[in-house]
Design a protein around this ligand. Structure first.
Ligand code: HEC
Ligand code: HEC
Length: 272
């Protein structure tokens, strides 16, 4: 079945230097030239591999929390909003402070450790070892997020992810039915950025076979994903359709609680 095959395609971006001692040693070797080096190359369709190798520092001490808004540049402020809009905060925690999943790093110190070029590359191309379908990886955003938005995200991360006013994610109405919760979760987790309003699809993914990210409504979707179980499985595991920078379905297992996955499915089933 096509859907089963697709849901088995794992991203294969292999993260080298995940071991902190290796990362520290590699970073030390490049630190004096003043740049962390990113070498990304990608293979990976139907069992081939996507490999992204990024050299970074070992984690430095977390930046101190700044509870009240501080004056920031327009670019940093825009980055703070984009960080929420694209659900970076749903995986990396509010202001990148972590705490969501042991498999998703905090970003508090990464702005000091990594260069603009490296951060830009990670956001555009994704990162992570994800042969294991039970673990999240850093999604590929290059085709979805504009150059300006990526620049603002990088500015925000390099500024230490300060508190910026009015950046709360959309609230989730509780006790009003699963579909109502799911509609808000669809925005909060940024599904809408890739799958469009009402799950209509059409968001460009130029290097993929379909040239766009699929809809989550309509006959084709219901044919390929006829049961709640099938939909839940692809939300949890993600689905990789080719080498970065092709955008693939992120892995949300361990990030979105099971009851929220059910609410998302209830919402999707209300769509055309
Ligand atoms: C579905 C969860 C998820 C989402 C959404 C997500 N990330 Fe990530 N991100 C990860 C994971 C997992 C890693 C770690 C990858 C690895 O090293 O194996 C990561 C790594 C990173 C890194 C490198 C951190 C380091 O210490 O090496 C940066 C920078 C980053 N993400 C920024 C972002 C930004 C900006 C966004 C929003 C546009 C975002 N992430 C959205 C899961 C996510
Ligand atoms: C970064 C972009 C991105 C985000 C964010 C995203 N998806 Fe996807 N999603 C994709 C892509 C690309 C595919 C197609 C994967 C494939 O064809 O194997 C996909 C596939 C799916 C599918 C299977 C449909 C199909 O025809 O393959 C479902 C269901 C789905 N996504 C639900 C969601 C939900 C729910 C969210 C929010 C929690 C979400 N997605 C967030 C990119 C994204």
């Amino acid at each position: 079945m096509p859907s089963v095959l697709r849901s088995r395609h794992r991203p294969d971006m292999r993260w080298s230097g995940r071991d902190s001692a290796i990362a520290a040693a590699i970073f030390a070797a490049v630190a004096f030239v003043g740049a962390a080096v990113t070498v990304g190359f990608a293979v990976g369709h139907y069992g081939e591999r996507t490999t992204t190798v990024t050299v970074q520092s070992a984690a430095a001490a977390a930046a101190p929390a700044s509870p009240s808004p501080v004056p920031v540049s327009a670019s940093v402020a825009a980055g703070a909003h984009t960080f929420v809009q694209f659900a970076c905060s749903q995986c990396h925690g509010e202001r990148g402070r972590g705490g969501v999943s042991p498999d998703v790093p905090a970003l508090a110190s990464v702005g000091r450790a990594l260069t603009v070029a490296t951060l830009t590359h990670i956001i555009d191309h994704g990162l992570g070892e994800s042969a294991n379908p039970t673990k999240p990886y850093m999604p590929v955003w290059g085709a979805v997020i504009s150059t300006t938005q990526v620049r603002d995200l990088v500015a925000y991360i390099r500024a230490g992810l300060p508190t910026v006013a009015d950046t709360q994610p959309v609230p989730i109405p509780r006790g009003q039915g699963q579909a109502v919760e799911g509609a808000a979760l669809y925005v909060r987790y940024g599904c809408i950025n890739c799958h469009g309003p009402n799950g209509l699809g059409g968001v460009p993914n130029p290097l993929s076979a379909d040239k766009s990210i699929p809809p989550l409504s309509g006959g084709g979707f219901h044919h390929d994903f006829p049961t709640d179980k099938a939909i839940a499985a692809v939300i949890r595991s993600g689905s990789v359709i080719g080498k970065a920078p092709i955008v693939s379905m992120p892995h949300w297992g361990g990030v979105i609680p099971p009851q929220d996955v059910q609410a998302l499915i209830a919402y999707l089933k209300t769509l055309k």
